[in-house]
Structure formats: structure tokens, C-alpha cells
Write a protein that binds this ligand. Sequence first.
Ligand code: HEC
Ligand code: HEC
Ligand code: HEC
Ligand code: HEC
Length: 524
Amino acid sequence: MNKKLFSLVTVSVSLLSMLLLSACNDVSTPLKPPTYKTTIKEDETRMSAFKAQFPLEYASYQKNNESEVMTDYKGSIAYHKNDNVNPLPEGFKKAQPYLKNLWLGYPFSFEYNEARGHTYAVEDFVNIDRINRYGDGKGQLPTTCWNCKTPKMMTWYKEFGDKLWSMDPNLFRTKDKIDAMDETINCANCHNPANMELRLYSEPLKDWLKRSGKDWATLSRNEKRSLMCAQCHSEYYFQHADNGPAAKPVFPWDDGFDPEDMYRYYSGHGKKDAAGKPGPFVDFVHAVSKAPIIKMQHPEYEMFQDSPHGAAGVSCADCHMQYQREDGKKVSSHWMTSPMKDKEMRACRQCHADKSADYLRERVLYDQKRSFDQLLKAEAASVKAHEAVRLAAAYNGERAPDYDALLAQAREMIRKGQLYWDYVSAENSVGFHNPVKALDTLMLSVESSNSAVELASAATNFAIAKDLVGDIEKIVPPILKHSRKLMQSPEHLLTHPWLQMLKPLPASDQVWDGQTRLSAAPAK
Ligand code: HEC
Ligand code: HEC
Ligand code: HEC
Ligand code: HEC
């Protein structure tokens, strides 16, 4: 840490924590952002419209197109996250081989890739196997999925209102609806085009600020610099129709940002019972254990809360949008990527000026290695828990008197264990954003999964216990290949005991290729 920051932090220790926050603001950012008056239309959604007036930010944003560089754990090659074989860049072996097993019965088991730059968001969206491209060509997911891919959401929301969320995403897929390169995530997602002030476009974030009594206009500059990212780099869920507009994205933060808070939150907020009380929210029922699962998605903003950097008032932009001098002007780099791609670790050394690049890199890797190793163990424990319930559900010998109750409790423990490891897996820093929270969450995950195994085993008077001893990769091999097309094949479903729990999809041809409809939509 440089001397200036150090003395500011030291002075602030004796003051209120609010002052500590502003001390860090003073160091990293001038008090007020620059102001502008542009000639760009207020409802502009094309990136190219910003080029002439903001050539420096525009040029650095184009660097998000870089998609060939990996770091030790992350980087920008869109490899399959479960795939240990290919097409990984040579030497990269940081895959999570059990992901397809763990999401069996949910579109995430078809394809799940490492993220790359913002400029690819639309292209990657229209090519992922999670959105259906077969049969009648309906997407089989809500339009909510478009929410974090384009500023066009503002246009569509104005047109359709809350009906938008539950519409078919494939209605917005063709080239006449969206320009994949010009209308991908861009300036309009974060800036008011008229004056370039930071502006929220995201409905779930605006809703949350309202629910929690916060006013955008009175937030600090650094809070805003993080909330810009929280618009998308957050966990969300598709609201159940019993609780408001169907499939509207909601941030589950009412009880707090930690995985325990979310687990509690999700025990309500689902389908309502006969008395009108919301039951548990469920993303999908696991094909093997029938456990009601929550799929976590990229909780970067949540993980970052209470971290050493988060608590000290550092913002996402400090590390992912470092300041640089260009044409004699101080501008924010708009290349929002891994700070580890830079050999000099310049983003970090804006504040840690007394540390070498190597030292800082090693600190990140130290946290990441430990988080990643424990993550793989937590995923394996979760697989064992699903398998235990599968065995117990099929067990026809003498069952414990409270067999049904024990199996229900076991499924609840699977749900909890899976929410916890997925919080760490879906979070994109491999533990660095909050090393202690990451390891704590993985411990809780293993504890819950182990408890699911015990409960399932007890339901069978411990008869299945002997089938669960030993190397989990031998008991339940990782499913490395699975897709929507393969799910149409009964032979494929015979290749693994877990795949046998799935019903084949009806055989049908592919009707979408990227943004192109290959055959006409069937007449209505
Ligand atoms: C994901 C959000 C995001 C996107 C997308 C984005 N910006 Fe920014 N931009 C920011 C943040 C955060 C700042 C820093 C604001 C601050 O420090 O108060 C910023 C700062 C700026 C500034 C102020 C000067 C500077 O460099 O700090 C300009 C001008 C700007 N952006 C232009 C653009 C243009 C043009 C685009 C599209 C090519 C764009 N931005 C895309 C978030 C974004
Ligand atoms: C409108 C939604 C949205 C906003 C706002 C947003 N992101 Fe993203 N971000 C995404 C999506 C979607 C991807 C993955 C794109 C892909 O893989 O095609 C992504 C990818 C990334 C990546 C990975 C890039 C790489 O090279 O691998 C980083 C880092 C990142 N975002 C940081 C940020 C930061 C920092 C902010 C705030 C300044 C921010 N994002 C704001 C949606 C968003
Ligand atoms: C103190 C610096 C720091 C802060 C603050 C920070 N990050 Fe990161 N972030 C990192 C590092 C280091 C990595 C790991 C990159 C790697 O392994 O290559 C990372 C990784 C990521 C990635 C994945 C990058 C990739 O290559 O796929 C995303 C997305 C991301 N951060 C978003 C955010 C968001 C959103 C915030 C604010 C809530 C934030 N970060 C705050 C340092 C930071
Ligand atoms: C805006 C200033 C700022 C930036 C940028 C920044 N840090 Fe920090 N860093 C801090 C502050 C403040 C602390 C809090 C603890 C303290 O007072 O020493 C801290 C603490 C740390 C710690 C000790 C706590 C922990 O998490 O283990 C490490 C290691 C660290 N930073 C690494 C990095 C790395 C690596 C980067 C770049 C990816 C980075 N920092 C970027 C300000 C910053």
C-alpha cells in the first residue's frame, strides 16, 4: 500500500467507518466525475453512436474483444467449464468435471462456458445450447435471460412492460431485432447518453434500491462505481407468477448478501400454498435425487461484500477499470477484464505501489488455489449426496420408520449444500474477491452434503452405506458429454446410470443457427 493511502487509512481508524470509506474514495478517485453535454439521443442503444465524442473510452472498450488469453484460473477463452480434455488451451487444467452431473435436469447441464468480454455477450447468448434451438423453435426460457446482454432491454421494456419477462427469448433473436456487435452490452447500460453520468438501466437493481430505501442520487461515487457492475454481476431469480409479474428478475438480498441469507430467503418467495403463503423457490428439480435446487448465478457483488477490499471502500472499477493517461487525459480503462492479464499488475499497484507485480500475483494465486481445491471437494461431496438419495429412493429392503421424513430432510440438505458450492463456483474470482467468505461457504457446503448422505443412509437403516465407500469418481463418473441434441438420443442416455434418470427429448431438427431461423416458424 502506498504511503498516502496508509496514512489516510491510519488517520481514519480513529474516525467513523464512514470516513474510512471516503478516505479511500479520495485516494482512488477525484471527488467529482467529469461532466459532459453530448448530442447523443437519450434512448440510444448502439455503441457506435458514442465513438466520435468519446474516442478514448470507445477504443479501450473494443479491447473487450480480446478472447485468446487465459490466466491461471480465468481469462477470456470461452471453454466448457466442465471439460478437462479439449478444446482447452494447452496446459489449462482448471475444469470442474462434475458440473453436468450436478445440474442434470436443467439447461445448464447442456452447456456452460467461461465468460469473455462484454462485446461478445449477444453472440455467446444466441449460440449457447441452454436456449432451445430445436423443434418448434421456442426458446424454453424467459426473455429475462436477455436482461444482462444488451441495453435494448430498455427499449423492449418500454414497449411491453412487465409482460416482457415471460415472453419467448427467441422473439428478439433475429438480426432485424438486434445488432449483435453494436447493441451488445455497451455505454448505454451504464451511462446516460445525454451527459454520460452513471445511470442504472437494470430493473431488478432499481427495484432493490427502492425496496431498501436507497436513493441513487445520494449514493457515493464509489458505491455507484460498484453498483454499475451489480446490475448484472449478481445472483437473481425468475419471479414466480404467484408473487408478481412472471419471470421478472429479482435480487434475493432482502435478508443479506451471504449464502446463508439467500438460503433463508429462498425458503419463501416460491409458489404460494392454499393459504396464500409462498413456499420454497425452486429453479429445477434434480433428475437423480429429486432435490429442489437453486441455481446460483455470478454473485460477484455479493461475494465482494465484507471482503478486505469491499470493507475498505474499494470498488469494482478500481481493479477492473484502472485509470490510465491517454492524450494527456486521465481516463478509466473500459477494458473490463482480468487484472491478471497485465504482467505489471498496474490496476493493483495504483494503491499497492510499494509491492511488486510478482508479489501481488502470488497473493491472488495463493487465495485462488485454496478456494479451487476446496471447491472441487465440495462438488464431489454434493455428487455423493445426490447418489445417496438416488440409492435410498430405490431401496426396497427394510426402511427406517421415518423413511419419508429422512429422505425429505436429505433433499433439503442437498439443496443447501449445492446452493453453497455454486455460490463459490458461479462467482468469477475463484475466491479472490473474498477469500474467507469463499472458504467458509465451501465448509458449509461440505457439511450440508455430508449430512444429506447420513440422512439418506439412515432412511435405509444404513444398508446403502457400503455402496458409498471409496473413490467417488468410480462410484459416479463425471458426465463429460451432454447436450440438447444428445438428450434426443436414447442410446446416449444409456451411457451413464444418472443419464438413465432422464426422459429422452423428442427427435427434432435444429431450427436456429445463431441469429438465423433455418426453417420457417410453423403456422399458428
Ligand atoms: C459496465 C459499465 C460501463 C460501460 C459499459 C461503459 N462505461 Fe464508461 N464508465 C463506467 C464507470 C464505472 C466509469 C467511472 C465513473 C466515475 O469514476 O465516476 C466510467 C467513466 C466514463 C467516462 C468518464 C471519463 C473516464 O474515462 O473516467 C466516459 C466519458 C465514459 N465512461 C464513456 C463510455 C463510453 C463511450 C462507453 C461505451 C463505449 C462506456 N463508457 C461504457 C462504466 C461503464
Ligand atoms: C449489462 C450487464 C453487465 C454489466 C452492467 C456488467 N457486466 Fe461484466 N459481463 C456481463 C456478461 C454477460 C459477461 C460475459 C460475456 C460473455 O461471455 O459473452 C461479462 C463479463 C465480464 C468479465 C469477464 C471478461 C473476460 O475477459 O473474461 C469481467 C471482468 C466483467 N464482466 C467485469 C465487469 C465490471 C467490472 C462491470 C462494472 C464496471 C461489469 N462487468 C458490468 C454482463 C455485464
Ligand atoms: C481488489 C481488486 C478487485 C476488486 C475490487 C474486484 N475485483 Fe474482480 N477480480 C479481481 C481479480 C484479481 C480477479 C481474478 C482474475 C483472474 O484469475 O484472472 C477478478 C475476477 C473477476 C471476474 C472474472 C474475470 C475473468 O477473467 O473471467 C469478474 C467478472 C469480476 N472480477 C468482477 C468484479 C466485480 C463485479 C467486482 C465488484 C463487485 C469486482 N470484480 C471487484 C480483482 C478485483
Ligand atoms: C483502490 C485501492 C486498491 C486497489 C486498486 C487494490 N487494493 Fe488491495 N487493498 C486495498 C486496501 C484499502 C486494502 C485493505 C487492507 C489494508 O488496509 O491494508 C487492501 C488489501 C489487500 C490485500 C490484503 C487482504 C487480502 O485480501 O488478502 C491484498 C493481498 C491485496 N489488497 C491485493 C490486491 C491486488 C492483487 C489488487 C489488484 C488485483 C489490489 N489489491 C488492488 C486497496 C486496494
